[in-house]
Design a protein around this ligand. Structure first.
Ligand SMILES: [Zn+2]
Length: 219
């Protein structure tokens, strides 16, 4: 069941190590199809994963299909889907620069027009929640910047992103890491200027309105 969704979750999953966003077996991706969620199995190497290894659970976490144990973060993913119905994909990584900000307990400021475009504000940071705890999902539903692309730095842990599809959630994870890297380097080199709130709002609105025509292109 859910073959198409399994493939889109799988494509987002294998992009994580290729993009340098994960090490070892860390990180996970899920996608929602109606009342079901397709999610990465726990502790499996990315190299040996196939779409058939993905686990199908219902929104309460009951395994519907798959022989492997679902990701340790499944309850957090499920909480996000139950709380924010428009979300269709979730990505979690410990990507380096985003995690630096998570460790510092600092949001990623809007130094870049790209953050304004996609997220419409700084990337916020959560309170501390132990890994694997469902409370992560609650923090995300309450604190992530809302919209087509959503993101929240998890204090002392990593980053969760979400979107309408697993591909959108992956895009958000890539842009958060890129922005965190630029922010870190810019802060190290001098005093970067934060974009004015009014300008951030305008850019975000323009991006949202133009998204259909401009596809994934980012100016
Ligand atoms: Zn984690």
């Amino acid at each position: 069941m859910l073959e198409e969704l399994k493939h889109s979750v799988y494509r987002a999953l294998i992009a994580l190590p290729r993009s340098g966003l994960v090490q070892g077996t860390s990180g996970n991706v899920s996608g929602r199809g109606g009342d079901y969620v397709v999610i990465k199995p726990s502790g499996v190497e990315y190299d040996s994963l196939s779409p058939d290894d993905l686990v199908v659970v219902d929104l309460s976490g009951r395994v519907i299909e798959g022989v492997l144990k679902p990701s340790v973060d499944t309850s957090a993913h499920l909480h996000i889907y139950r709380s924010v119905p428009e979300i269709g994909g979730v990505v979690h990584t410990h990507s380096t620069y985003a995690t630096v900000y998570a460790v510092l307990g600092r949001s990623i400021p809007v130094y870049l027009t790209e953050i304004a475009d996609l997220f419409g504000g700084p990337i916020p940071v959560s309170s501390y929640v132990p890994p694997g705890d469902e409370e992560i999902g609650k923090e995300f539903a309450e604190k992530a910047c809302p919209g087509r692309f959503q993101a929240l730095l998890m204090r002392n842990h990593g980053v969760f992103t979400a979107g309408k599809t697993p591909k959108d959630a992956l895009t958000a994870a890539l842009i958060v890491e890129h922005s965190a890297r630029i922010a870190y380097l810019a802060e190290d080199a001098g005093n970067p200027a934060v974009l004015q709130e009014e300008e951030v709002r305008k850019l975000h609105e323009r991006y949202r309105e133009g998204y259909g025509q401009r596809s994934d292109e980012k100016g």
